[in-house]
Design a binder for this molecule. Structure first.
Ligand code: G3H
Length: 478
């Protein structure tokens, strides 16, 4: 079938021997949009074999040349931002402008990785022995960073390009090879992005992109002995992967329930603007979205009023028209979100807007007076529905935040910097933003989740370091 996008392995675009394909449904129209190859386990084996062979050679390519190749890929990616963004619009209903930004940000990320890699990977360490009791100064240890081998990269549907390159670029600059398993929704954008690396002239086998059904190749990939590192972003699947994976380093980011704590002295216009951006951009389908507002009772009415005024201005509709709120990624996602809304309704939450859904399109909704017995107080909707919990003390807000399984980011709004720091210290999350909505970027900042939100730390520098291991050579003097 000539309509099925080919997968990429050993430097070539290929048709799977399975003869089967996976259909990508357009979230807005709910009609089939694209088809990709359903790769077999045998094809996974082959891709991993060539990744292993290519990595051995790549590790010997001078660092400055690896950086040069990455800069080239970044430039090609940026040149092709429009066709790639168009795929994002069709496959994941990302608003048109955000789709372009995702690709541009990805190009910038690749270049920054190349530059950062050149600096940090050029540094090693020299240790001398006589600091440890019983030793003379007769041993010198030269410690340097070497690559891990083959890095398996599994990005999620919400950033199929950006969260792919945030794994691929650090892996490559550090001398690793890469096997990419793109999300089904977003696979075609992922294949186009890989094509930019192909055009940049990376060696055969160094990068491959294996599409297919998770049920057929998911566990097979993550449990494969040829994989030396897994970098995963997504949902609960990550917890299952961490239980099954072998003795390989894991980097995982698995969602969040980022809280927005609002104190009495907060600038409420600033809070409202950040709640809209943080809670509703890409229809709430970001792991770093604001997912619960914890506001002091005395300012709650004023805040809810301001947020409602802004919610009413959000444009709901097609991603092609660059609407703010677009269809959520799938019907099962829409149903899950609806389940949370109905549970909140039964338990007495106040609906600030009328609940409305057409197919996968859900209108933005603020739920006030949410209480801890409601599912939406704890669960991650990944949709344009945002709960407000009114609190009577800062401790109550911190307690809610720390009682969550998730611990990615959080934010606090106050004009009192001392209180802000105190609250940041008390919030057990990977990052706390003071007076702004949570966000991963700028992409060189450390990015990490605690508890069920992840393992390890990302961000350009941390990812490069994570994708290396330390090798020591000890010189023993007579
Ligand atoms: O969805 C998870 C992403 O890592 C969030 O990135 O804060 O740039 O939207 P973002």
């Amino acid at each position: 079938d000539k309509d099925v996008f080919k997968y990429y392995a050993d430097g070539e675009w290929r048709v799977s021997a399975s003869g089967k394909s996976v259909t990508i449904t357009n979230p807005s129209t709910r009609q089939p949009q694209y088809k990709v190859q359903a790769c077999t386990q045998e094809e996974v084996n082959k891709a991993l074999e060539s990744a292993k062979a290519a990595q051995k050679l790549w590790a010997k390519v001078p660092l400055w040349k690896r950086a040069e190749a990455l800069h080239k890929a970044a430039a090609i990616l940026k040149q092709h931002k429009d066709p790639i963004a168009k795929c994002l619009v069709k496959e994941i209903a990302k608003p048109a402008k955000d789709a372009v930004s995702e690709v541009v940000r990805s190009g910038d990320l690749i270049s920054y990785c190349a530059e950062e890699g050149v600096r940090i990977l050029s540094e090693g360490k020299l240790l001398v022995s006589d600091s440890f009791p019983g030793n003379d100064r007769n041993k010198l240890c030269l410690a340097s960073k070497i690559p891990l081998g083959v890095v398996l990269c599994i990005p999620p549907f919400n950033y199929p390009v950006n969260l792919a390159v945030s794994k691929i670029a650090p892996a490559l600059i550090a001398g690793n090879s890469v096997v990419l398993k793109p999300p089904t929704q977003g696979a075609v954008a992922g294949l186009h992005m890989v094509h930019c690396f192909h055009e940049a002239g990376f060696p055969k086998g160094l990068i491959s992109c294996i599409t297919g059904k998770g049920s057929e190749i998911g566990d097979f990939l993550t449990m494969h002995p040829g994989v030396n590192c897994i970098s995963f972003t997504g949902g609960d699947t990550g917890i299952a992967i961490s239980k099954k994976a072998g003795m390989v380093p894991l980097q995982m980011e698995l969602g969040g329930k980022d809280a927005c704590i609002v104190l009495e002295d907060a600038d409420l216009d600033l809070v409202a603007a950040n709640v809209i951006k943080g809670g509703f951009s890409y229809s709430g389908q970001r792991c770093t979205a604001v997912k619960v507002i914890l506001v002091m009772e005395s300012v709650a009415d004023a805040l809810v009023e301001r947020v409602n005024a802004k919610v009413s201005k959000l444009k709901v509709g097609a991603p092609e028209d660059d609407c703010d709120i677009t269809a959520v990624v799938s019907e099962s996602s829409a149903k899950f979100i609806e389940g949370l809304v109905m549970d909140a309704k039964e338990k007495g939450a106040t609906f600030c807007q009328e609940y409305k859904r057409e197919g996968n399109l859900i209108w933005p909704l603020l739920l006030d007076h949410v209480r801890p017995d409601m599912r939406i107080a704890w669960e991650e909707p990944f949709g344009p529905v945002l709960p407000v919990i009114r609190i009577n003390s800062i401790e109550e807000g911190i307690h809610h935040c720390n009682a969550s399984n998730f611990a990615l980011q959080g934010c606090v709004f106050t004009r009192d910097i001392n209180k802000a720091i105190m609250i940041s210290d008390a919030m057990e999350t990977g990052t706390v933003q003071i007076n702004s909505a949570p966000a991963r970027g700028p992409d060189h900042f450390p990015f990490q989740g605690l508890r069920d939100s992840g393992i390890g730390s990302q961000g350009i520098t941390n990812s490069i370091n994570m994708m290396t291991k330390v090798k020591s050579t000890v010189i023993n003097l007579p």
